[in-house]
Write a protein that binds this ligand. Structure first.
Ligand code: UDP
Length: 437
């Protein structure tokens, strides 16, 4: 047995919860990955925060992720009671998500061997994204565990958002199977739940809506100018902030066009862009270089500050330092960035898409605009940066609106589902009222 395994799950049954031991499956990206780069974003934050808030409730958790380098140890303690188990399946290097499906049987085998070596039995499996949902199905043959899947976005919802990226037929077909095979599904917003129920003619007790959360102690309001000085950001013009992975679904092209066609009156803001990769000289590289080319072509290249991906602990000051946060996504299952900005008391202008349409009340706690509409986005951003009273009102209401999304509330909702499943029930009786209680 490896000596570096620190999970108490090995040594005994330390909790009498039905779901005492939980396996989280996150094949394509690890909660140890740097955020804002490649595939690491909201799902990584979600798994880390959820698990670290589930553990104090009595769940012992192992998170299984695929090895993408040779340095990460086989077992890493994420927080007390939560381990990340890094498994080798395929080359120990980053691979495109579309190339992972053939590796899933090997990943499942390695997960089984790892649990056998450590003498761990799991009560329930929680899978994230369609690849992990399929893996949970493979694991059930060995572990005999019920499993719940959270897709963190489905190919169908992505396609219906007008996203031009073509999803693989493999994904579409497998997602349908995972929907049927899972004992329960967690939707991040009511539209996702409705879509799953309607399309699949599914039993209503199989799909629960539990939105993700935000760290309300980390993301707090603060003085804008003081934050700007601390960060050394220029104070001569308004600042618009974008935070996120560099992916077509994030609508960065819409934001660039909105700033390029800035309405008359008032200074054009600078764009502070967090996410993506910088080369050693600090210049955008990879997908971020394509964004830089678009900004140059649109004539606003000099107005964009490319800061690359940043640890999450750096972000509160960036949210506080700007005049408005833009979330121009074509689709967001939830949209953590919007809620983090709201928790910092900053006005948000976001697309009326996915979870954003539920977390933001248009005109009250932020502004909503149609997705992929640069003119509408520019008008909304313009109104916020040129109207201090409006910005203050939206910012204050935004902080209030973020309160229900605490990780404690999320963990208590998910704990309920895991325990019900481990007891052999589908996760009925899980309702939104309960997690907001
Ligand atoms: N994030 C970060 N550093 C970065 C970029 C993003 O910590 O450089 C975090 C951000 O705080 C948020 C998450 O990554 O918690 C992105 O989540 P969101 O739901 O907005 O987008 P997703 O990645 O799920 O599409």
């Amino acid at each position: 047995m490896p000596t570096d395994y620190r999970g108490p799950a090995v040594f005994g049954f330390e909790s009498d919860l039905p779901a005492s031991r939980v396996a989280m499956i996150s094949v394509h990206t690890s909660p140890l990955a740097s955020l804002g780069r490649a595939d690491a974003g909201g799902m990584n934050v979600y798994i880390r925060e959820l698990c670290c808030h589930l553990a104090p409730l009595g769940h012992q958790i192992d998170i299984f992720a695929r090895r993408v380098d040779t340095e990460t140890p086989d077992v890493t303690e994420l927080c007390p009671g939560v381990n990340v188990i890094t498994l080798t399946a395929g080359p120990a290097e980053p691979l495109h998500k579309d190339d992972l499906f053939p590796l899933l049987p090997e990943f499942a085998n390695q997960a089984v061997l790892s649990s056998l070596r450590r003498g761990v039995r799991y009560d329930v499996v929680h899978a994230h994204y369609w690849l992990s949902g399929w893996t949970a199905h493979l694991l059930r043959r060995y572990w005999d565990t019920p499993f719940v899947t959270m897709f963190h976005t489905t190919a169908h919802m992505k396609r219906s958002s007008g996203n031009s990226t073509v999803e693989s037929p493999q994904r579409i077909a497998t997602e349908r199977q995972v929907i049927d095979l899972s004992d329960s599904l967690i939707a991040a917003n009511p539209a996702e739940r409705a879509d799953l129920l309607w399309r699949q003619r599914m039993r209503t007790d199989k799909v629960c809506t539990v939105p993700p959360g935000v760290d309300l102690d980390l993301f707090t309001p603060g003085d804008r100018d003081a934050a700007r000085r601390r960060l050394g950001l220029p104070g001569d013009r308004p600042l618009v902030l974008f935070v996120g992975r560099i992916d077509p679904i994030k609508g960065i092209d819409t934001l660039v066009r909105a700033l390029a066609d800035w309405p008359a009156g008032g200074l054009r803001p600078r764009l502070v862009l967090i996410g993506g990769d910088l080369d050693p000289g600090g210049s955008p590289t990879g997908d971020l270089a394509a964004v830089a080319r678009q900004a140059d072509t649109a004539g606003i290249g000099g107005d964009v500050l490319y800061l690359g991906s940043r640890p999450q602990s750096d972000l509160p000051d960036f949210y506080r330092a700007v005049d408005v946060v833009a979330v121009p996504s074509l689709y967001e299952s939830f949209g953590l960035v919007a809620v983090e900005a709201m928790a910092c008391g900053r006005p948000v202008v976001a697309s009326r898409a996915g979870g954003l349409a539920f977390t933001i009340e248009d005109g009250e706690s932020g502004l909503l605009v149609p997705a992929a509409d640069p003119a509408a986005l520019a008008t909304a951003l313009h109104s916020v940066v040129n109207d201090v009273t409006l910005a203050d009102r939206l910012g204050k209401a935004a902080r209030e609106a973020a309160y229900p999304f605490s990780w404690e509330a999320v963990a208590s909702g998910i704990s309920h589902i895991l325990n019900r499943l481990a007891l052999g029930h589908r996760a009925d009786l899980c309702c939104d009222e309960e997690i907001f209680a």
